[in-house]
Design a protein around this ligand. Structure first.
Ligand SMILES: Cc1cc2nc3c(=O)[nH]c(=O)nc-3n(C[C@H](O)[C@H](O)[C@H](O)COP(=O)(O)OP(=O)(O)OC[C@H]3O[C@@H](n4cnc5c(N)ncnc54)[C@H](O)[C@@H]3O)c2cc1C
Length: 382
């Protein structure tokens, strides 16, 4: 029996997850990327795994399914999900009220969210400055992903099981049944496929524009405008050098979020602060210092920490901020996946999309995440 030939475009967290999943299901897989694995948005992500406080309800559920899929991957041996739990810290009575409301909004008992007393917060995170803590909440199934390890492990799993990986090839044309990619020496290569799955992050729009499809993804150059709004696509992720911090959880407080990092340091970010500037604005480089001050106020034990690395990321944002996972042509030969929260969603999207592309029914969790909600013309056959 001939195996289904799948070409995956993009080796970010979505493409690498898809590659491993297609191989597990017996497909003949080729992965193409313009660069190395995990070098796009997946290289500059906070990688917080969560499904709380996301709207609408279907998107929140999709993220919770994403968390559960990561738990399954961990049970089958994946070593990249650090399920530390997330502690949200309240520093005042009004923040405590907001936090209680947020815990009450989490729709699922299995999520395990619960309010903590001030003493419980300090027992779990003993290095926090007690003078700043009024109380907190814990979300025990949340955590963070070591994205580089995840991508490299999954692409390695796929290659070991027979997939072909073609890095440093830029896809210039996608048709129904083929892909044309150009190598760094300018030579063009053709790949034939039963189905092409585009997981090219912010490159998805360009690839599909060339195929005659106006894919509903925000153009980062249009919304990286320094508005500081949740719609801003720019994000800045900072990491300290190795430090004996005693930080055990993913921790959030007003104006700062932080977590342990793979280098033994602490990674920290704040979207409203980091999203205030365009990537090219020199002022953006003030963000790591501003945020490190906030980290050190919460954790006096980090007073000697210094910033070792800073990454500027560009979010992959469909026009309504939600996930798109759908066929883009009437003949069902070209499928596209583009999403924010892609680290949380990768394992679940990989399983459900692979199923659908290989002929299975559409998973009910994807029902509201198709292209039907946008006015998109399907690709003309070619
Ligand atoms: C600052 C920031 C913080 C974030 N925080 C979180 C978080 O806490 N939790 C969470 O779940 N998500 C978070 N995200 C979102 C998450 O990181 C992204 O949704 C995810 O990384 C997207 O992965 P991807 O594989 O779709 O895209 P990418 O990682 O960008 O991968 C796409 C790949 O496609 C390749 N490509 C593009 N065009 C072509 C072409 N023409 N030919 C060949 N290859 C091509 C690129 O080289 C790239 O390797 C954050 C994002 C940012 C920017």
């Amino acid at each position: 029996m001939n195996r289904t030939r799948i070409v995956v475009i993009g080796a970010g967290v979505i493409g690498c997850s898809l590659a491993a999943e297609f191989v597990r299901r017996g497909a003949d897989v080729t992965v193409i990327d313009a660069a190395e694995p995990a070098s796009g948005t997946s290289a500059a992500t906070f990688a917080w795994i969560n499904g709380n406080d996301k709207a609408p309800a279907e998107y929140s559920l999709l993220n919770f399914l994403g968390m559960q899929a990561h738990e399954r991957e961990a049970r089958r041996g994946g070593r990249w999900f650090h399920q530390t739990g997330m502690i949200q810290v309240a520093q005042s009575a009004s923040e405590l009220e907001q936090l209680e409301a947020n815990v009450a909004r989490v729709a699922w008992d299995e999520y395990g969210a619960r309010v903590l007393t001030r003493e419980e917060v300090l027992t779990r995170e003993p290095q926090l400055d007690p003078a700043r803590i009024a109380g907190g909440a814990i979300y025990p199934r949340e955590g963070w992903i070591d994205v580089e390890t995840m991508c490299l492990s999954l692409i390695d799993e796929a290659i070991t099981a027979g997939a072909v990986f073609r890095p440093f090839r830029t896809v210039r044309e996608v048709g129904q049944g083929h892909v044309i990619a150009v190598a760094e020496d300018g030579s063009a290569e053709r790949y034939d496929a039963d189905a092409v799955v585009i997981a090219a992050g912010n490159g998805t729009r360009t690839i599909l524009a060339d195929a005659g499809i106006d894919f509903p993804l925000l153009d980062p150059s249009e919304n990286a405008d320094g508005t500081g709004t949740p719609g801003s696509s720019v994000g800045i992720i900072s990491t300290t050098g190795r430090v004996d911090s005693g930080i055990r959880h993913f921790v959030r407080a007003t104006g700062i979020a932080l977590r342990p990092a793979r280098n033994g340091g602490i990674t920290f970010a704040d979207h409203p602060t980091g999203g205030q500037w365009a990537k090219t604005d020199p002022e953006i480089w003030s963000v790591p210092g501003i945020l490190l001050d906030r980290v050190q106020e919460l954790y006096p034990s980090l007073r000697d920490a210094t910033v070792e690395s800073v990454k500027l990321g560009t979010r992959v944002l469909p026009k309504d901020g939600l996930t798109v996972a759908d066929w883009v042509d009437a003949d069902r030969r070209i499928y596209a996946v583009a999403t924010h929260s892609g680290v949380t969603l990768a394992a679940h999207l990989a399983a459900t999309v692979a199923d659908e592309v290989l002929g299975g029914a559409r998973h009910e969790s994807l029902e509201t995440f198709g292209l039907g909600r946008f006015a998109v013309d399907f690709a003309p056959g070619r």
